[in-house]
Design a protein around this ligand. Structure first.
Ligand code: GLV
Ligand code: MN
Length: 223
C-alpha cells in the first residue's frame, strides 16, 4: 500500500476543515422554512425543536405585536433587578425566526447577576440610567464598561456576564438575542439552588470553602 505523503495528509485535513466550515459557522437558530410559524402553544402533546405552527387561517395581526416590554418590571427582590422576556414563550410569533428581546429593569444599585445564554449572542442598549456591563472570556479575561443612555454592548454567545446599575436613580436596558429562546444559566441559582442540589462536597472543593459557607449561600436562595 502506498503511504500518503505529508503534503497529501496536509491537503486532506485542509479539505476536511473547508467542508466543515459551513457547519461550524451556523451558530444561531436555524433559518425558517416559511414566512412565519406562530407557535401553537396548545399543541403541547407534540414535541419538536421549537413549536408547531398555528394554522395560517387562525393567525391575525395581533400575533405579530407584543407590548410586554412596555411595562416597568418589579425590582423588589434580592438582586434589585428583573428581566422581562420577549421570547417565544410569551411572544409566539418569534417561533422559527431566530430572534428575541428582553427588558431589564434595575433599582438603584440593582444587579442582573452573572449568567450566560447557551443558545445566543446578546446585544443591548441602555435606555435609561448608567449601567456597568461586564463579561469574562473563556480565557478568563474580564471586559467591562460603564454605559449611559443610548450606548450599546455585545456579549458573545455563552459567555458569563452581568449588568449593574451604577447611576443615581433607576435604570433599564433592552437586550436582543439571535435565538427565539436564548436560555439563561444564572450562576447563583444554578450552583446553589438547583433541584436536587449540587452536593456540598462538590461546592466546598470547587470554591475552597467550608461546608457551612456553602450551606449559608444555599440558604440565601432557598424559597
Ligand atoms: C441581560 O443580560 C439579559 O439577558 O437580558
Ligand atoms: Mn444576558
Amino acid at each position: 500500500m502506498k503511504i500518503p505523503s505529508r503534503s497529501h495528509v496536509h491537503m486532506l485535513s485542509y479539505l476536511v476543515v473547508l467542508l466543515l466550515l459551513p457547519l461550524l459557522a451556523s451558530s444561531a437558530d436555524p433559518d425558517p422554512l416559511q414566512d412565519f410559524c406562530v407557535a401553537d402553544k396548545s399543541a403541547n402533546s407534540i414535541s419538536v425543536n421549537g413549536f408547531p405552527c398555528k394554522p395560517a387561517s387562525k393567525v391575525s395581526s395581533d400575533d405579530f405585536f407584543f407590548d410586554g416590554l412596555t411595562k416597568v418590571g418589579d425590582t423588589s427582590n434580592i438582586f434589585g433587578s428583573i428581566v422581562t422576556g420577549g421570547n417565544v414563550d410569551n411572544f409566539p410569533a418569534l417561533n422559527t425566526l431566530g430572534i428575541s428581546m428582553n427588558r431589564v429593569d434595575f433599582a438603584p444599585g440593582g444587579l442582573n447577576p452573572p449568567h450566560s445564554h447557551p443558545r445566543a449572542t446578546e446585544s443591548g442598549v441602555v435606555i435609561d440610567g448608567q449601567v456597568l456591563v461586564g463579561f469574562v472570556t473563556t480565557g478568563n479575561v474580564y471586559h467591562s464598561k460603564v454605559l449611559n443612555a443610548g450606548q450599546m454592548f455585545v456579549i458573545p454567545r455563552g459567555l458569563v456576564h452581568f449588568q449593574k446599575n451604577v447611576g443615581v436613580g433607576k435604570a433599564f436596558i433592552i437586550t436582543a438575542f439571535n435565538s427565539q429562546l436564548p436560555g439563561a444559566v444564572v450562576l447563583p441559582f444554578t450552583l446553589f439552588a438547583s433541584t436536587p442540589s449540587i452536593p456540598d462536597d462538590v461546592l466546598t472543593r470547587a470554591f475552597q470553602v467550608e461546608e457551612k459557607v456553602v450551606e449559608f449561600i444555599k440558604s440565601k436562595f432557598s424559597s
